[in-house]
Design a protein around this ligand. Structure first.
Ligand code: KG4
Ligand code: ZN
Length: 411
């Protein structure tokens, strides 16, 4: 099965072409081409993703990326004979599908319509959750391709994509046993998902306010760092860690009697660990961000040096990681899960990866943990192809039968 996959739920425009052979238990996969174009530089000056700007960029980028992916996959061929009347009818449909994406329509007619149909079996596309204007561009692009090439569509949940991103490694696809538990941590979501089989998901916990990645971004902004904040916080935390002695000193001096001391019995000042001890598997990160805000208000000197910022970054990162790891392990124990998966942009965080593995080895030594390779932690289309293959949902022949769903859930 050859899948062309499209992802445009946020600020990455991504397309992949992947061949899947074998069964889900023993799959063989060949990635023919997989391109991700990030718009981050454009959104950075606004301190976050601007939905309509993302929509404009997706419109501009989809056609050139598709041409590159087809070329790299050796599937780019111009049409030999032109069945004009049939094509006219199709173009009318495509004009209707892309009426809200005029810039994309222009490029589509100029560069995609003249191509011979490439040899693909289905088009997988992210239809939610995400930013509605961004999602619609990808969904309508998939519909237009489906109309032009008579190819069926497989709608994919973006979070399922992040979940399956942990399956693919250089050595091939990882095999694992159910029940599995996935910790999905991205800019928009923080979820613990119980998986009893391929496509059988139950969200057993989620954030009640900010997502983990969102908290990283907001705290980074408080520290005057760039967007997205996660990588900046991670680098600064690492900086604090490599200067352990200085870190300990600074921490003592600055944080001794600050707002960080949450419990009077605590010897060491600490940021709060929100919802760490609640019985459910939900999370909350907005209070943590507020605690950092108060800390910086009380100790503005922390903002004056790189090291001061690094101390705050590390304190914050430690708090997020500790809560994520503790709740994941508790859920894995309760549901007796055999496999633990990690996915989403925050899965790039080294401290999260290391702490999760360290604590799993200690507390659940028999459980197996799969994490995505660094290039697959952020949004990409390869994970959408993987989800389409593993979920085995029946492809939709009639493209009018589905639409983008910004608030789509896994269960
Ligand atoms: O999954 P993703 O690429 O996009 C969404 O679907 O949201 O996740 C983006 C999020 C951002 O909030 C970003 O700050 C965070 O992932 N992130 C990180 C790291 N790299 C990216 N957070 C912590 N540590 C990182 N190394
Ligand atoms: Zn994502």
């Amino acid at each position: 099965m050859r899948i062309l996959a499209i992802e445009t739920s946020c600020d990455e425009t991504a397309i992949a072409i992947t061949d899947f052979l074998g069964t889900r238990k023993r799959p063989r996969i060949r990635v023919r081409s997989h391109i991700v174009l990030s718009q981050i530089k454009l959104h950075t000056k606004f301190g976050g993703v601007v939905p309509n700007l993302a929509k404009r960029e997706h419109q501009r980028n989809l056609v050139p990326i598709l041409l590159s992916v087809l070329k790299e996959s050796r599937l780019l061929k111009s049409k030999i004979k032109n069945q004009k009347s049939k094509l006219q009818f199709k173009i009318k449909n495509i004009e209707k599908i892309l009426e809200r994406e005029p810039e994309l329509l222009l490029r589509f007619k100029k560069y995609i319509v003249p191509l011979a149909k490439p040899n693909i079996d289905a088009i997988a596309v992210t239809y939610g959750p995400g930013l509605a204007p961004a999602l619609w561009v990808g969904v309508n692009f998939a519909k237009a391709l489906s109309a032009l090439w008579n190819a069926p569509i497989i709608p994919v949940n973006h979070m399922a994509g992040h979940l399956y991103s942990a399956f693919l490694h250089k050595s091939g696809i990882k095999n694992f046993q159910f029940p599995a538990l996935a910790l999905l941590v991205s800019g928009g979501h923080t979820e613990l998902v119980l998986m009893r089989g391929y496509g059988k998901y139950k969200v057993i916990g989620e954030t009640l306010d900010d997502a983990a990645g969102e908290a990283f971004d907001k705290v980074a902004r408080l520290l005057g760092l760039g967007y997205p904040g996660g990588p900046h916080i991670a680098v600064l935390s690492q900086y604090a860690q490599t200067h352990a002695e200085k870190y300990a000193d600074t921490r003592r001096n600055f944080l001794r009697d600050s707002a960080l001391r949450q419990r009077s019995s605590a010897r060491e000042p600490k940021l709060p660990r929100p919802m760490m001890n609640t019985k459910d598997y939900n999370f909350s990160f907005s209070g943590l961000k507020t605690a950092v805000l108060y800390l910086l208000r009380d100790h503005p000197e922390l903002l004056r040096s790189k090291f001061g910022k690094a101390v705050v970054a590390k304190e914050f990162q430690d708090a997020v990681v500790e809560v994520l790891v503790a709740k994941t392990i508790r859920a894995a124990k309760e549901y007796k899960t055999k496999t633990i998966l990690l996915g989403g942009g925050v899965a790039a965080n080294r401290s999260l990866r290391e702490e999760l593995i360290k604590n799993l080895q200690k507390e659940l030594p028999k459980a197996v943990c799969w994490m995505p390779e660094a290039v697959l932690t952020g949004d990409n289309a390869l994970m959408i192809a993987l989800a389409a293959f593993f979920e085995k949902k029946k492809p939709i022949k009639d493209y009018t039968k589905f639409s983008a769903e910004a608030n789509l859930r896994l269960s």
